[in-house]
Ligand binder design. Sequence first.
Ligand SMILES: [Zn+2]
Length: 192
Amino acid sequence: MLPLGVLTPDEPRPVLLMNTIWANRSQLHDDLTTVGGLRDFLGVPADEGDLRAFRELRQALRDLAGVLTEDTREIAQGRDLERAVAEVNRAARSAPQWPQLAVRDGELVRHKESEGSLADSERASIAAEAVELFTGESRVLLRACHAPGCVLYFVKDHPRREWCSPSCGNRVRAARHYRRNRGESPGPNGFS
Ligand SMILES: [Zn+2]
């Protein structure tokens, strides 16, 4: 298994969660099939209940990203907007959080306190970031990657960016090159 986030390490956390479903060649991979996988993703303790909750949140985020990007890829079909909205809202409430003041080296600093487990707190903050992502300026920059076979999303952070990752860009260029030079088509998913 590739290390988590290796294809799109710089995306915002809601997108990183969406992209724990990824494809390699014609095979789909899911980094969140075990509690261990979720722990690796979050970096905090987690249990079976957290795994179920994060998988539900991930599906909701992917559904909403699918709607926003008008995603026509096969993996993005069958999305349910109302259920997705309700799920993100539920996740955002899973751990109440509030800002607190502290004094550090004579300076006032702010930190966040939260009720609930660390995993709940991560889920609530990823959901809150998703609310920002889907309603703020970056919502028009969210993209589905249309490289052959890819199932990832990304935020188009510079005007010339077309693909989720350099590896998708390279694959698309290689497939074009192959077609031009051989007059043949590459494999069904563009992996030649
Ligand atoms: Zn891609």
